[in-house]
Design a protein around this ligand. Structure first.
Ligand code: DGJ
Length: 732
């Protein structure tokens, strides 16, 4: 060893010694997890542990692992969470811990902030961790502050990175497309990069989802094994990726998609990244889902503790053919079946341009009195008479070239300089520029005017049927065009804040060509999301299974549609269609006038039974039992109240073959020592099931399950190739 090298080694040992003595350990703990960090001032912020809770003496024995917010520049071959071009053009950022502080927010959540400072520039990054009383969720996000003399450019600005120790780690994620959203995909993590991303601009969950689960003990299981779940709470473009390099770690990164979004921060400005919600469970994928659901209902979802109404939506019943008698008939029909709300979908507005199809009038939110001579007031009166509430459809972030709005304000749309804007749905749809405060006012006014004029509107379906189709803001300056995607969402969020401040009570659904807005980043302002434009009950089992990984049933709108179904043309019996809808936020989306008497009767009974189990489904704990993706011919899940005194078990046959052998399904989540009486709901059989009214212990039900017959006991000509069951289990 040469002298200089020996000096360097000695020096670094000496430097390391006092730092080790004064090591600052930060333990972020929830009831069932701990995230432990080494936050020693002057050192990198390192992960020591993320998993089951650890005690104080274990913590002192842990060794620091990997940098949790790596910045680009030194050893640049590694993936970084942050990459900055500094005011002097330097590409190197080197962050060390400066301080640790603690605070409490308005929800009583506690926040630990570790401030990192660059070793050369006056630039700091706050790495925040928030925990909520009694919840197994840790949210993490950053705030980047430019203290330099002139602007810096953020080239990458992830919310978080989380090193996951290599082993037999599997990734579960959701993929899909329009009308086939939230399909589950599971694969072992291999070397290289696995990336999940979105670049739609306006919606972000049709093709992929900003949430993942890591199963740490090999192939994912629903009710066993260690799982880390991660959900990015953001409404815009995102990027989640796992880099498995030559180290012992899968490095997981999640945040805003930085592609074409370099963000300039002026002197003194700061940038806050969206939170990443992390959870850890030793109860498999279902356990991680329950953690997300419980936390989300209490702290994220708008009015997450209020059971939702059973509704009829007019879309698949009449599409654009809206008229007053038709709407009134639908209100009466849903009321007769026991429903509580009627929602008039697209087609009710437009004066100079009529909304008879999808090519006109978005932006002109005036009632089309040719279709509705007594306006919204007339409809609300009719709803009153029928005994249901009234809801309405809007798509406020959009316009058509054929609209008064566009004719008077062409400067309000997304458009690249010197180019004709690309036109979407109907050949005429354009996206408004939400970065522009004047557009924010327009969108605010759409809701505010409706709610002020008609305060008895109970529900709004807020749709969004186009992506950002041109990279161009007519509002942002030339040197800020790369801010478009981010500022568009900042503008949307500001508008939603104003809306909710003034109109906290109206129920609002986030719809976006079906399931394009199922993300926790939308849900603080929305009560639910439209899961998919595909209402085929069989395909819904698959889509709702995936959606339930991260989102609770109360937020997952699930409607009974017509047979044949309008998307797949499959003819599914009404019993099966209602049994699927009853596992989410139940509603109807068909023309009741075209239903058979039998369909009406089954629907009426189903609605009556759904009212009994609504609190269990919408507010209970979900246990997924057998996945449709396992292709065993059946799928099953159940909901259990937190007190474990009431539960509802769903069983749907997904394939039919003669003499097929289906597995018997052990239940989960019950109290082993309690005794439960079994009652079948939404029954169509002539005779009760063998175990109807009988009692079993939770232990037996979770060990053996119940033998479910493969077919229904109905009159011969009523037999179909579908079978499904809903069983209620009530503690004696
Ligand atoms: C797309 C939505 O997903 C549908 O439910 C319906 O509201 C249409 N838009 C209306 O145009």
């Amino acid at each position: 060893m040469n002298v200089n090298l020996a000096k360097a080694v000695l020096c670094s040992a000496l430097l390391a010694w006092p730092a080790w003595l004064s090591a600052e350990i930060v333990n972020i703990s929830t009831p069932e997890s701990s995230l432990v960090l080494d936050a020693t001032p002057g050192q990198k912020l390192r992960l020591m542990h993320f998993g089951a809770p650890v005690n104080a003496s274990e913590i002192s024995n842990l060794t620091p692992g990997v940098d949790v917010y790596p910045a680009y520049g030194i050893y640049p071959e590694r993936e970084a969470a942050l990459s900055i071009t500094h005011s002097d053009g330097s590409m190197v950022t080197d962050l060390n811990v400066k301080s640790v502080t603690e605070s409490t927010d308005k929800d009583g959540a506690s926040i630990k902030t570790i401030t990192l400072a660059d070793t050369k520039y006056p630039l700091t990054v706050d790495v925040n961790y928030r925990t909520y009383p009694g919840q197994d969720i840790i949210e993490t996000w950053t705030e980047i502050r430019n203290g330099e003399k002139s602007p810096v450019t953020l080239n990458r600005f992830m919310s978080a990175s989380l090193p996951v120790r290599m082993g037999n780690v599997w990734l579960s994620s959701l993929y899909g497309t329009w009308a086939n959203e939230a399909r589950v995909e599971q694969r072992p993590l291999a070397h290289g990069v696995t990336m999940i991303k979105n670049k739609d601009g306006a919606r972000n969950s049709h093709t992929a989802h900003a949430e993942v689960m890591f199963s740490l003990d090999g192939q994912p299981a629903e009710n066993s094994g260690r799982v880390i779940g991660a959900a990015l709470e953001y409404s815009g473009n995102y990027k989640l990726f796992v880099d498995t390099d030559d180290s012992d770690w899968h490095r997981f990164f999640a945040g805003i998609n930085e592609e074409n979004s370099a963000y300039r921060l002026a002197k003194g400005e700061s940038f806050v990244t969206p939170p990443l919600a992390l959870t850890y469970s030793t109860e498999g994928l279902s356990g991680a889902s329950r953690n997300f659901h419980k936390w989300g209902r209490k702290y994220r979802l708008h009015d997450g503790d209020k059971p939702r109404k059973i509704l009829l939506n007019s879309w698949e019943g009449v599409y654009f053919d809206i008229d007053e008698p038709g709407m009134q008939r639908m209100m009466q029909d849903i009321a007769d079946m026991g429903g509580e709300l009627f929602v008039m979908d697209d087609g009710w507005f437009g004066d100079r341009y009529q909304r008879n199809t999808d090519n006109a009038a978005l932006g002109d939110w005036t009632v089309d009195t040719r279709k509705l001579p007594h306006g919204i007031d007339g409809l609300i009166e009719a709803a009153d008479k029928a005994g249901v509430k009234f809801g309405i459809w809007i798509e406020p972030e959009m316009t058509n070239t054929t609209s008064r709005l566009y004719e008077t304000h062409p400067e309000y749309v997304i458009k690249a300089p010197g180019r004709t804007p690309t036109q979407g749905r109907g050949g005429t749809q354009l996206v408004l520029d939400m970065a522009n405060p004047k557009v924010q006012d327009i969108v605010f006014n759409v809701v505010d005017t409706l709610m002020t004029k008609y305060p008895r509107i109970d529900y709004i379906k807020w749709d969004a049927n186009a992506p950002i189709m041109d990279h161009g803001s007519q509002y942002l300056a030339a040197d800020k065009q790369s801010h478009l995607y981010i500022d568009w969402h900042k503008g949307l969020q500001k508008t939603l804040d104003r809306i909710r401040e003034k109109h906290p009570d109206v129920t609002i659904q986030a719809c976006a060509s079906g399931g394009g807005r199922a993300n926790w980043g939308f849900l603080p302002w929305f009560d639910e999301f439209w899961t998919s434009d595909n209402n085929d009950a069989l395909q819904r089992i698959y889509m709702q299974w995936g959606t339930s990984y991260f989102f609770p049933a109360i937020a997952m709108a699930s409607h009974v549609s017509a047979a044949p179904n309008h998307q797949t043309f499959r003819r599914i019996p009404i019993k099966f269609r209602t049994d699927v809808a009853m596992s989410g936020r139940m509603g109807l989306e068909l023309q009741p006038q075209k239903m058979t008497e039998e369909e009406r009767t089954v629907c009426k009974n189903a609605i009556a039974d759904y009212k009994k189990i609504r609190p269990i489904v919408q507010l209970g704990d979900l246990y997924r039992l057998l996945s449709p993706y396992d292709r065993k011919g059946v799928a099953s899940l159940m909901y259990v109240t937190p007190q474990k005194d009431d539960a509802v078990f769903f069983w749907w046959k997904t394939e039919t073959f003669m003499n097929q052998q289906l597995p018997r399904i052990p239940m989960a989540g019950l109290d082993p020592d309690a005794t439960y009486t079994v009652t079948e709901l939404n029954r169509i059989d002539n005779e009760p099931l063998d175990f109807e009214g009988k009692a079993f212990t939770g232990r037996y039900l979770m060990d053996q399950g119940l033998e479910i017959p493969l077919t229904h006991r109905v009159d011969y000509d009523k037999n179909t190739d579908y079978a499904s069951r809903i069983l209620r289990l009530t503690r004696k």
